[in-house]
Ligand binder design. Structure first.
Ligand code: ADP
Ligand code: MG
Length: 364
């Protein structure tokens, strides 16, 4: 089915070269300095907003409504601290003093189990379940394959004239160590162990969505009932805006700077993965960052996949997993999942969506 409410994306197939934030949160007022409202308690909740640049290598925005400025600031500061905690634990590139994180686990592959925070075990356990749900299309044990692509991409971006594709035999050698069973969770001892020294974990497909889900679940349990948390393109919401209308989230047209459409959510989460986010060019052809585990090449089926779901972690996992799944299989999967809808932009520019997606689309 073609989407009625979304603009055609076939007109302009010029891909953008810069790294972009996927979804644009459309809000009325962003106040980075947290200076809205008066000093004392107000009868009417005021809107407070802030932005963080130091977590998950992206721009993170929080919007809350509160009757007290100090209380709003405390909430936002707590969210920032939690984001920093998840960022450090899920970081595969850097280690931090006094913390065993996923970089520590990767460094100990084939050497020893590593004692880690439950937040890591929970993420990895969830990611393993998502590997199963997506038929291996979203596989966090593919780190060695993904890092080869990343090295070639980084080199190609630094020096476009010398950009090259990774040799297939190198990718295949790495892929021989991408079995999800090589990751062992030991709950009793609180450890994570990669049994094969050549296997590496990469949670780029799921870390932000999983962290967002945990943070907003905790906030909900504390009684927060109206909040938006956008970790880059991973947008999480609790409730609606103060006036009772939904949070409006723009879904980017993969072929232009415009929105494909705008969705309005109240308590749902919106996540988009797109070929335009991270890519490099070899011999005039673009190669993006979502790798099909079947071909070990960038997935060729879609230019973007957007999810709306009551679960931000599921939405993030599927935004990557559906990317390498044929449309009929992906559609059937989304249709059988509760509270989950998807919008696919196929590589020919046509659009498909699950049966409940249009209900979220609003005019800008
Ligand atoms: P982002 O918001 O960072 O673009 P996505 O949810 O689109 O994240 O996931 C892309 C990232 O996931 C890649 O940068 C890479 O780290 C990782 N990745 C790419 N392909 C796969 C895959 N098939 N399975 C698991 N992880 C993947
Ligand atoms: Mg994802």
């Amino acid at each position: 089915m073609r989407i009625g409410g979304c603009k055609s994306s076939q007109e302009n197939h010029t891909k953008k070269r810069s790294l972009q934030i996927k979804s644009i949160v459309i809000g009325s007022l962003f106040c980075a300095g947290l200076l809205l409202g008066g000093c004392a308690a107000n009868a009417e909740p005021q809107r407070y907003s802030t932005t963080y640049l130091d977590v998950f290598d992206t721009v993170t925005t929080v919007v809350v409504y509160d009757t007290e400025e100090q209380h709003a600031n405390d909430t936002m500061e707590r969210i920032h601290q939690q984001l920093l905690t998840y960022h450090q634990l899920y970081d595969i590139y850097n280690t931090y003093d006094g913390i065993n994180n996923l970089a520590t686990v990767n460094a100990n592959a084939g050497i020893a189990p590593v004692e880690v925070d439950d937040k890591i075990l929970d993420l990895v356990e969830y990611a393993i379940s998502m590997d199963e749900l997506t038929g291996g299309r979203m596989n966090i044990a593919m780190g060695s394959v993904l890092s080869i692509w990343q090295d070639y991409r980084d080199a190609g971006i630094d020096n476009p004239d010398a950009a090259q594709l990774p040799p297939m035999d190198e990718l295949q050698r790495a892929n021989a160590h991408a079995a999800i069973d090589n990751i062992l969770i030991d709950r009793a001892n609180g450890t994570l162990y990669i049994t094969d020294p050549e296997t590496q974990i990469d949670v780029g497909a799921i870390g932000k969505g999983y962290a967002g889900e945990q943070i907003i679940s905790d906030l909900r349990a504390e009684g927060v009932d109206q909040l938006l948390l956008a970790i880059g393109g991973n947008v999480c919401s609790i409730g609606s805006r103060a006036d009772g209308t939904g949070w409006k989230v723009g879904i980017q047209d993969p072929y232009s700077d415009a929105n494909l459409c705008v969705v309005s959510v109240s308590g749902q989460n919106v996540v988009t993965s797109g070929t335009y986010e991270r890519f490099y060019t070899v011999d005039g052809k673009n190669y993006h960052h979502i790798i099909d585990p079947g071909t070990l090449l960038p997935s060729v089926l879609y230019d973007s996949v957007s999810l709306i779901s009551s679960d931000s972690a599921l939405a993030d996992a599927l935004s990557t997993g559906l990317f390498s799944m044929p449309i009929d299989e992906g559609m059937a999967l989304v249709e059988r999942l509760p509270d989950t809808e998807a919008l696919w932009v196929l590589a020919d520019g046509t659009q498909r969506m699950s049966s409940g997606f249009t209900a979220f689309i609003v005019t800008e």
